[in-house]
Design a protein around this ligand. Structure first.
Ligand SMILES: O=C(O)CCC(=O)C(=O)O
Ligand SMILES: [Fe+2]
Length: 383
């Protein structure tokens, strides 16, 4: 839309721009809910609407709490009904588009693609999560590997698929039929709390701010995304917050205006379960409190794929969906003193996803608390 870049922004170097907000916000520190607890222990939190919330610590890295009955059953039903009334669309994932030119992920630059490298190629270009068996089936169906040596040379690829679009077309078709191969298989819609007139969404937003000890102005800039999964619906392991590119060229934003590239810096996630799932659909945190976690090894072992990995011993924590329950975790580490921006680095142990729904259906709300590089703007009123 017609957003004026400077409108509503206050410049950190020129605090005079920021008016009253600066006075209040300059001393505010983005803290995390920390109690003297061991994993499994609980803390009773009183909030001013007379309620009390019991936070149970599920892990320290990420800092993760489970809160039963954060929403009443009626509130959960209302959110589902209202989302359905406004309409949901099929969920996408960032970077999951179908590019015309396919980038071959030849990690060791030996000009041949092993099966693992082909899996990466499909993942990188199409957000397609093929197993080894799926890749072999593709080789058969496309006659990509006529000599059956399990490696693909550029010549073989060129011979079988002279048009680089053909691979994408095949993958798209297979994913259409078999949603297990997608990175994410669900439908969703958004509520934007600061533009919302629905009283229940407003009161949930207030409760989130209270529970988290965060100013309403920050919390209102969040997104509340409603997600519906049918049978087989899942979301592979991912981080909710986007990593800074090395040159920091892409700024953090709270809303994408459709023009300027920006990324979502999601300080914390509150995930609400809006119904009871008959079987499956747990939220998986495969590396919660895993001190030996190594992102490269995790990735090389294809542990993101929850259709394969969800029931594996290697998943350290699974949260069972229960209507009204919230899980709250921080996608970022606490800010170190003197650190810029005003929030800490990504906590790589916050990786998580949704296990496939085996029976029934699953409704959730993601309440993403977003931050930008501009603290004063985050804490000020928009408009
Ligand atoms: O559905 C879940 O349990 C997890 C969803 C999630 O991680 C997301 O939507 O970002
Ligand atoms: Fe997520």
């Amino acid at each position: 839309t017609e957003t004026d870049d400077d409108e509503g922004f206050c410049d950190l170097d020129n605090e005079a721009d920021c008016g009253a907000a600066t006075e209040k916000s300059s001393s505010f520190i983005l803290s995390q809910l920390q109690f003297d607890l061991e994993v499994g222990g609980s803390h009773e939190l009183r909030i001013s609407d007379g309620r009390s919330l019991k936070l149970r610590l599920l892990s320290k890295r990420p800092l993760l709490y489970e809160i039963d009955d954060f929403l009443s059953s009626d509130e959960a039903d209302h959110v589902v009904a209202e989302a359905g009334r406004r309409g949901l669309v099929r969920s996408g994932t960032e970077g999951g588009g179908f590019a015309a030119g396919v980038r071959l992920m030849d990690a060791d630059n030996d000009r041949i693609l092993t099966i693992a490298e082909m899996r990466r190629t499909l993942e990188h270009n199409f957000d397609a999560h093929f197993t080894e068996i799926d890749v072999r089936r593709m080789y058969d169906e496309l006659r990509l590997d006529p000599n059956g040596d399990d490696v693909i040379t550029p010549e073989e690829l060129q011979q079988a698929m002279p048009d680089s679009k053909a691979l994408g077309e095949y993958v798209r078709q297979v994913m259409q039929k078999n949603a297990r191969l997608r990175g994410r298989n669900s439908e969703n819609m958004f509520f934007f709390p600061d533009r919302e007139t629905d009283g229940i969404i407003q009161s949930i937003t207030d409760r989130v701010a209270q529970a988290m000890g965060l100013p309403g102005t920050l919390v209102e800039k969040s997104d509340m995304q409603i997600v519906h999964y049918g049978i087989g619906g899942h979301y592979n392991i991912h981080l909710d917050s986007a990593e800074a590119p090395p040159d920091r060229q892409i700024p953090c934003c709270t809303r994408f205006d459709g023009v300027k590239a920006c990324r979502s810096c999601r300080w914390a996630t509150l995930l609400f379960y809006l119904n009871d799932v008959i079987e499956g659909g747990e939220t998986a945190f495969p590396v919660a409190d895993d001190p030996s976690f190594d992102a490269d090894i995790f990735h090389n072992e294809f542990r993101e794929n929850l259709h394969v990995q969800c029931d594996s011993e290697s998943v350290r924590l699974r949260v069972k969906p229960e209507k009204g329950k919230a899980v709250l975790w921080y996608n970022h580490l606490p800010t170190k003193e003197g650190e810029y921006p005003w929030f800490g680095a990504i906590d790589h142990n916050s990786r998580h996803g949704s296990c496939p729904v085996k029976q029934g259906e699953k409704w959730i709300a993601n309440f993403w608390i977003k931050v930008t590089d501009d603290k004063n703007w985050d804490l000020s009123h928009q408009e």
